[in-house]
Design a protein around this ligand. Structure first.
Ligand code: PBG
Length: 323
């Protein structure tokens, strides 16, 4: 028998007919970095082409994302040093920048799905995701604050809270506090398999949130492990997570595939700051075609099982899809 596999690759039309993985604008979650002030637009030095915006410009950006067909934003705030402490005081401030940003975006683009980062690092004088005691990042007191932080985001109008801290038991605590306060339509997107990764470096520049001592290896996962990702993810789902996440993306596509096969909730991937920076740097040197690298990367993440992709390339990807 003669079998000619290349028949299915003869022309763009045939290739389009048999393509298994098709990106859509609604696959993407656009992360946004919000900073205080008005008409402020600051390029992040290690993330060329990506900006911190004041709330007015963040709202303008959200409108543009919506017009492109992107349905979701994931909010991060850069808190001034003056409000940072070791208790997460500012994280639960009803008039904090995060809470104002949620209200502002929901007012301007009511149908946009607003997701919020829940972790203490932007508010921590130590740059850690939790409360610090000596050299330890203490679990249970942190979970208590993360739950109150989630409630305050829900009260401001967030559609999903996205705990990125990797403390134990936080999904259940968040689900409970939301239920007890009548927020039975607020979702939880859990960063379930979040690895201690060097690829978060540029993000920490964006928020000025690098840990002041040590690293995050006592709470984020060891990249040597994959079975642990299953344990973490299944527990988050049991505790009430609506969407689970694998993070970073490109070096963890094996994890994505395992999690997709072992779960029945939507799975998101986070194509993180360092992954963005690598493509940008190579493209700036003329070593890679940026547009092709974006589409190939995003398609590979979806092919590995991601239903949703948080990425700093969201807008670029959608523009390329529409081109
Ligand atoms: C904070 C948080 C981080 C990222 C998302 N939420 C940084 C970290 O854990 O140190 C990383 C995102 C990126 O690198 O794009 N908990």
């Amino acid at each position: 028998m003669i079998r000619r596999n290349r028949i299915m690759r003869v022309s763009p039309a045939i290739r389009a007919m048999v393509a298994e993985t098709i990106l859509r604008p609604s696959d993407f979650i656009a992360p946004l970095f919000v900073t205080e002030g008005e008409n402020v637009q600051e390029e992040i030095s290690s993330m060329p082409g990506y900006f911190r915006y004041s709330l007015d410009l963040t709202i303008r950006e959200a409108k543009e994302l919506w017009s492109l067909g992107i349905k979701s934003v994931l909010l991060f705030v850069k808190a001034p040093d003056s409000v940072k402490d070791n208790k997460g005081t500012e994280a639960v401030n009803p008039n904090g920048l995060m809470q104002r940003a949620i209200r502002g975006i929901k007012d301007a683009v009511p149908d946009m799905v607003v997701m919020t980062d829940v972790a203490l690092d932007p508010y921590s004088s130590y740059g850690h995701d939790g409360i610090v005691d000596g050299i330890e990042i203490v679990n249970d007191p942190t979970v208590e604050v993360l739950a109150r932080m989630s409630l305050s985001h829900a009260q401001a109008g967030a559609d999903f809270v996205a705990p990125s801290d990797m403390m134990d038991g936080r999904i259940l605590a968040i689900r409970n506090i939301l239920e007890q306060n009548g927020f039975d339509k607020t979702g939880i997107m859990a960063y379930s398999a979040k690895y201690a990764s060097c690829f978060y470096g540029p993000f920490r520049d964006a928020l000025d949130s690098a840990p002041g001592f040590g690293d995050k290896k006592t709470y984020q996962m060891d990249y040597a492990n994959s079975r642990e990702a299953i344990k973490e993810t299944l527990m988050d789902i049991e505790e009430g997570a609506d969407i689970v996440m694998v993070k970073p993306a490109m070096a963890y596509l094996d994890i994505m595939r395992i999690i997709k096969d072992r779960t029945t909730v939507p799975v998101s991937a986070y194509h993180v700051s360092g992954e963005y920076a690598m493509i940008k740097a190579a493209a700036a040197n003329g070593w890679l075609d940026e547009n092709k690298a974006i589409l190939e990367s995003m398609t590979s993440i979806k092919r590995a099982g991601a239903d949703l992709i948080a990425t700093y390339f969201a807008k670029d990807a959608v523009r390329l899809l529409n081109a």
